[in-house]
Ligand binder design. Structure first.
Ligand code: ASP
Length: 291
């Protein structure tokens, strides 16, 4: 699925760039980029996500605006094709920051987002993946993200985007189906402020992927943003975040991070992480990021 991942992140990049090019906000750019990846079955977000232990899709997403610190998150939603759209509505139209499960779906429906059936989010590849996984005895899941795993084909990614706009505002968004065979109701890092996603103009915008429980314990996106507000470069801070994740809690994952000056870092300690980035001067993408 390497080509599909690279194509997918480039399509997302193009959607985000279209917004920025016409003077749109970083917030709109990350939303549009994430929607493209939620709609792409390649990724663990929206339709095509990993299934939970009961064979259902349960989605989490967060979006955050670095200019205002407003954020919107949804957790454990089962009837939204694009959870990031609901998260954006929460950010823009609710005094609250976070909605879960049916309450989140009701909020979305009340704000003009149509609900789908859970079956509409399930694809045969994931039904088969869950069946094969559950047939193995004693699988607890952590090995899916480990660099020494001999089966890298079993993992596919949460999606995220960070952007800087012409008004020097930054934003971040993350969306996920979570981890394969997760317990129903389990929430990972992706949609929690500061864990899987964070944005503050005074520090950085960051989005993480990887095994959520270790990332949550370190509040990793905020930890990385704090390194940047302390004067470190995003490229160094991204790598340091991966070192910290590994050393402190033996975690595996990846991060993208961007500051207001347009400096960015991309790092992962998993075998692969599809990424793409574009500035006015250059465009790059890949499946492994060498730092
Ligand atoms: N971080 C996500 C979670 O634990 C999974 C992933 O990034 O692939 O829910």
């Amino acid at each position: 699925m390497v080509d599909a991942h690279i194509r997918g992140v480039n399509n997302a990049l193009a959607a985000g760039w279209r917004v920025l090019e016409r003077g749109g906000s970083a917030l709109d750019a990350v939303e549009e980029a994430v929607v493209v990846m939620e709609d792409d079955e390649t990724f663990d977000a929206g339709r095509g996500s990993f299934l939970n232990r009961d064979g259902r899709v349960q989605l989490d997403a967060l979006i955050m605006d670095g200019a205002t610190l407003r954020a919107g998150g949804v957790g454990c939603v089962e009837r939204l094709r694009n959870p990031v759209r609901a998260a954006r509505k929460i950010l823009s139209e609710s005094p609250h920051v976070y909605f879960v499960a049916e309450g989140a779906e009701r909020f979305a429906a009340e704000h003009g987002i149509s609900l789908c059936r859970n079956e509409d989010l399930i694809i045969p590849r994931e039904v088969e993946r869950l069946r094969a996984y559950q047939a193995q005895p004693n699988s607890h899941g952590n090995e899916l993200f480990a660099p020494d795993s001999d089966d890298v084909t079993i993992s596919h990614d949460t999606v995220g985007a960070v952007a800087l706009d012409q008004h020097a505002n930054i934003a971040a968004a993350t969306s996920t189906g979570g981890t394969l065979n997760k317990a129903p109701g389990r929430l990972g890092d992706s949609s929690l402020i500061g864990c899987g996603c964070y944005a503050d103009n005074e520090s950085a915008a960051a989005s993480t992927t990887g095994w959520g429980e270790p990332i949550m314990k370190l509040v990793l996106a905020k930890w990385t943003a704090d390194r940047i507000s302390a004067g470190n470069l995003p490229e160094w801070s991204a790598q340091e975040a991966m070192n910290y994740l590994k050393q402190r809690v033996n975690g595996h994952g990846g991060i993208i991070v961007l500051n207001r000056q347009g400096r960015f870092g991309i790092a992962h300690n998993t075998p692969r992480m599809a990424w793409a980035c574009k500035t006015v001067r250059q465009q790059e993408s890949g499946i492994v990021k060498e730092n």
